[in-house]
Design a protein around this ligand. Structure first.
Ligand code: GCB
Length: 657
């Protein structure tokens, strides 16, 4: 199991060299433009979660291609070589004691065998059985019983395959799922990366290469989110799109439903409130529901009952041969509006100030794997903090997390994995086309979520490069065409006068690290530099501004007074300096502040990272540092000032629903 001892590297051919060849050999059923409704149990649908232990093997052959050459997917994985247990969902990197797996680059193989209920395979017509991955990082090829069913590029979004025909041809109810997964990043992946070959034989072993990335988090890999099998009737509801408008006492819910498998004989919709009372009904695939005296979806701390969700039940009946099939799907719906003016961000017509955080999906041992205790702990911490929002820095988060944002009223800036777009070649047409496809997948997944109030197409690209103009104009226009109901932005750290993407955004999102990366140790420069930052951006674009990142590393338990870098005191002091400027500018056109970062997180090893990035206000184990209390006082104060509720909301009465 050994790779070259130098670590952080693979041996042999580039793992990605295998890919183009493979694509020629086994063209997959590419994930098409169909819907991507979250799997739910309904009267017509069943779900089976495949979380737990899977068999696993990293392909350690010199070219990383033995799995394809020997067709490991044709037989149980244990028959083609040694396997280990691997938990799903989880990143594989930190699970074993093997440093070569931690830094592995190339193809790894996962396998799960599952017995299906007979009723899933019988009937005329038999139900449709779908295999769905919440996400797997980065490039996936999936076989069922040795037959390839889907390929997918991209690590943070779901993909699925209808596997009914494969199962119906099988002699028994055994379903063997084999996944080949490659974590290699190239200039055209999202996020981009590059493989660097170390040719100097006096310094590196033969055929040595490392994965370079231009982003600041560890490139964890594995099956990161739940894998489920679910059924639908043979004719089914494929997608639902909902948008909402409202005036004082009336709301309109516009809907569009697409069905597959047959023309629907009938399509009926009913909207229920939280008491289960039907408040509006409709029929047909396109229409509008009228809701009198609606309970609007409000952000946390803006209303005593935030995150109000109605249930939209969609019922379809379709004649397939002799049989009348019925499919039912229930979608949570929040009624709210979003508008941007030159100085404000309005939710339901009221000014909304983002006082929140940037996060990562990151924790000890499981890496980026979905973990319910961690998710619930993080939401409890957010509410303790008085945070009303976060940005999904720097990739879309799990649907399970987004569900809780909808339910708790936590406002989300939903960011694509467009992080680290720095190389000129990453602005070319190949990258652009992929970025457009990723935005389609992201909007398709999250378009119905009331918590999502803005799309962010990228973080800190090299937007000062001339090709960035065409690139961002195109990505932003495409996103707006996919979803005209939400503003679109990207997050910049470029100079206001040189940024080629900013003309196309609705809200300016700026990251800055004054007195950290610039003028380190000089807190006194912050008032001047931060004020100039805001004024320059505003006078250039007349658009509202979010301070989308700011912060300082602190090693928990490290103290100094006067404050010195890396101590808890310095992190507190830097935050306070930023806050004094933010307090002036939020009366004008600054509409939000998102601390970098909610919690410490893992990065590549490097001379500026001590077991990862320490800019968390919580440790990686979610314990508060001193800065968390500074932010907590501030966020609750802002909430009390800007709430439309009578004062004073207290953290005790408010934060638990
Ligand atoms: C940034 C990046 C973020 C980094 C952060 C830092 O500007 O957007 O991904 O982690 O700075 O701490 O350097």
């Amino acid at each position: 199991m050994a790779l070259p001892a130098s670590g952080g590297a693979g041996a042999g051919l580039s793992p990605m060299l295998v890919l183009p060849l493979l694509l020629l050999l086994v063209p997959g059923l590419a994930a098409g433009p169909a819907g991507m409704l979250q799997p739910r149990d309904t009267p017509s649908r069943e779900r089976k979660e495949l979380s737990g232990l899977w068999s696993f093997r990293a392909d350690l052959s010199p070219g990383r291609d033995a799995g394809f050459a020997q067709r490991w997917y044709r037989r149980p994985l244990r028959q083609t070589g040694p396997v280990i247990d691997m938990p799903v969902p989880a990143s594989f990197n930190d699970i074993t004691q093997d440093p070569s797996l931690e830094n592995y680059i190339g193809w790894v193989w996962y396998e799960k065998e599952v017995l299906l209920p007979l009723r899933w395979l019988q009937g005329d017509p038999a139900p449709r059985v779908v295999l769905r991955f919440g996400s797997a990082h980065y490039y996936s090829i999936v076989w069922v019983n040795g037959v390839q069913v889907v390929e997918h590029e991209g690590g943070h979004l779901p993909f699925e395959a209808d596997i009914s025909s494969v199962l119906q041809g099988s002699p028994d109810t055994l379903c063997r799922i084999t996944v080949a997964l490659n974590n290699t990043l190239t200039p055209h992946t999202l996020p981009p990366g590059s493989i660097q070959y170390m040719a100097d034989k006096s310094r590196y072993p033969r055929n040595y290469f490392v994965q370079e990335t231009r982003f600041d988090f560890f490139n964890y890999a594995g099956i990161h989110r739940p894998v489920v099998l679910y059924t639908t009737p043979a004719a089914y509801i494929d997608d639902i799109t909902v948008t909402t408008t409202s005036s004082d006492s009336v709301a309109m819910v516009q809907y569009q439903v697409s069905v597959v498998g047959s023309t629907a004989n009938s399509l009926s919709l009913s909207l229920r409130d939280q008491e289960g009372k039907v408040v509006a009904t409709g029929d047909g695939s396109v229409g509008e529901l009228k809701v009198l005296n609606p309970n609007l979806w409000w952000p946390y701390l803006m209303h005593e009952n935030p995150g109000y969700l109605y249930s939209l039940e969609v019922k379809m009946q379709a004649q397939v041969g002799e049989v009348l099939l019925e499919d039912v799907y229930t979608l949570p719906v929040g009624i709210r509006t979003v508008h941007v003016t030159s100085t404000q961000f309005l939710i339901n017509g009221k000014p909304f100030y983002f006082h929140g955080v940037n996060k990562h999906e990151d924790a000890d041992i499981r890496g980026k794997g979905l973990d319910w205790p961690l998710i619930v702990k993080d939401f409890n911490l957010l509410r303790w903090l008085g945070a009303n929002s976060f940005r999904t820095s720097h990739y879309p988060y799990a649907e399970e997390i987004m569900d809780l944002c909808d339910a708790y009223g936590i406002v989300v800036i939903d960011e694509s994995p467009g992080v680290g777009i720095k190389l000129p070649e990453s602005f070319g047409n190949k990258s652009l086309q992929h970025h457009l496809a990723v935005m389609e997948e992201l909007v398709r997944r999250d378009k119905n979520r009331p918590s999502v109030v803005m799309w962010s197409v990228a973080n800190e690209p090299a937007s000062q490069l001339p090709p960035a103009a065409h690139y961002f104009k195109t990505v932003i226009a495409h996103t707006k065409a996919l979803d005209p109901s939400r503003p679109v932005t990207f997050v910049t750290d470029a100079n206001y006068a040189l940024d080629h993407g900013a003309p196309y955004v609705d809200v300016i999102c700026v990251n800055s690290y004054f007195s950290w990366y610039h003028d380190p140790g000089h807190l006194e420069v912050i008032p001047l530099q931060l004020t100039a930052q805001f004024e320059n951006w505003y006078k250039t674009y007349h658009k509202p501004i979010i301070q989308s990142e700011y912060g300082a590393d602190s090693v928990p338990g490290l103290h100094s007074d006067p404050p010195m870098m890396f101590t808890e005191e310095y992190q507190q002091a830097l935050l306070r300096e930023y806050h004094s400027v933010l307090d002036k500018k939020r009366k004008e056109y600054v509409i939000g502040e998102l601390i970098w970062n909610f919690a410490d997180f893992m990065t590549n090893q490097g001379t500026t990272r001590v077991l990862g990035n320490k800019k968390g206000i919580f440790t990686r184990q979610r314990q508060p540092k001193a800065a968390a209390f500074v932010l907590r006082d501030r966020y609750w104060r802002i909430a009390n000032e800007s709430s439309c509720l009578p004062p004073v909301i207290t953290s005790h009465s408010f934060y638990l629903k």
